[in-house]
Design a protein around this ligand. Structure first.
Ligand code: NAD
Length: 351
């Protein structure tokens, strides 16, 4: 019998190639006047393009966004927002840039307009993260949820095949965990399954033809579904493990998700048969874990923790850290179980 709680998050989504044209009008619609544009140093040109597009509605550009939002960067960006008199932020980029906008919103309550250019999904979540002295703290706060999100697939064609593949697998990970989350519900599960299907179909095309706007559009739509899934229901073993590995061993975010996902899925498979059936169905595969592994392999993505910089002698410690703080997971999280999972992921064994 059905029994669930469903909470939708208040955000407006504008989707489509060229939709960024409507950004100035959206800022006005929200009753805002001066936007601080945020980017990474690598995407400075995209930031400058937006400043030009916004004209008198731009307060300026802060182009120092960095992975995991170092507290020093957050402070510098907050100072820039104050000194330039910004009343909102426009974040153009991946999760790192959206994360910086969230760090400003957390303190000053400045509304965020997000222009995602990867598939990470942060733009659909009220989750913030900040890193101080090598330790990343995360939390949920409704103030950091972007007010409007512009999904313009033409901004994603510059993603390299590798970033496209791993960022896409990162989004699929949100969908997979949403299907067996503690607060899973039929609406989010419907979106999550479709997210896996859409990304599973489009990523192989995107990787072969990065400029294919049709496939890019489909992949970005799937990433939106992944972002909703991440923001709406709690995550479990896979995300916690990736958080530990990324935070403690400085492994790259999207690559870590790509490598761990098939193994975390195999671990949870006996305890979440209905979720597994949906993942397998979405990927047209015999099993969920195998389907995910085969997809990553077909995209030319890294398949082992060894390949992305993990050291074999750190696996024992990683397993210990991963079981330190208990959290919801469909299958009990044991140190021996996680150690075995990590060994498989380290070697890149097919599950
Ligand atoms: P990223 O934002 O760090 O981007 C990686 C690199 O790719 C950067 O140099 C960026 O400038 C560049 N890039 C982005 N889009 C590009 C494009 N279209 N063309 C060319 N280059 C492009 O990577 P990410 O994987 O999007 O985000 C990772 C970060 O986001 C992590 O810190 C992660 O913890 C966080 N995150 C947070 C949430 C959340 O809900 N809070 C969700 C997902 C990820």
């Amino acid at each position: 019998m059905l029994s669930f709680v469903y909470q939708s998050l208040p955000s407006r989504v504008v989707f489509g190639a060229g939709c960024l044209e409507k950004l100035p009008e959206e800022i006005q619609r929200l009753g805002l006047a001066k936007a601080l544009v945020l980017s990474t140093p690598e995407q400075r040109q995209s930031g400058l393009d937006l400043v030009e597009r916004l004209g008198s509605r731009a307060a300026g550009l802060f182009d120092q966004a960095a992975m995991h939002v170092p507290i020093e960067t957050a402070r510098a960006a907050r100072e820039a927002a104050t000194s330039l008199g910004a009343d909102c932020c426009v974040a153009v980029g991946g999760g790192s840039t959206t994360g910086l906008a969230k760090a400003i919103a957390l303190v000053f309550d400045l509304p965020i307009l997000a222009v995602p250019t990867t598939y990470a999904g942060s733009e659909m979540t009220p989750i913030w993260g900040l890193t101080e002295k090598g330790r990343k703290t995360t939390g949920r706060d409704p103030r950091v949820l972007p007010k409007t999100v512009f999904y313009d697939p033409s901004l994603t064609v510059t993603m390299s095949p590798m970033l496209s593949a791993t960022s896409g697998m990162n989004s699929i990970a949100h969908c997979v965990e949403a299907l067996y989350a503690e607060h899973a519900n039929p609406i989010i599960s419907m979106m999550a399954e479709d997210g896996i299907r859409t990304l599973g179909e489009s990523l192989p095309v995107v990787v072969k033809e990065p400029g294919n706007l049709e496939a890019r559009s489909k992949a970005l739509y799937g990433a939106w579904l992944g972002g909703i899934s991440l923001g709406a229901v709690g995550m479990a073993l896979h995300h916690k493990l990736c958080h530990t590995l990324g935070g403690t061993y400085n492994l790259p975010h999207a690559e870590t998700h790509t490598v761990v996902l098939p193994h975390a899925t195999a671990y949870n498979a006996p305890a979440a048969p209905l979720a597994m059936a949906r993942v397998a169905r979405a990927l047209a595969s015999g099993s969920a874990a195998e389907g995910l592994y085969n997809l990553a392999a077909s995209l030319g993505a890294p398949l082992s923790l060894a390949a992305i910089g993990m050291k074999a002698d750190a696996l024992d410690q990683a397993a210990e850290i991963a079981v330190e703080n208990p959290y919801y997971n469909p299958r009990p999280v044991t140190k021996d179980g996680i150690r075995a999972l990590l060994q498989n992921a380290f070697e890149g064994r097919k599950p």
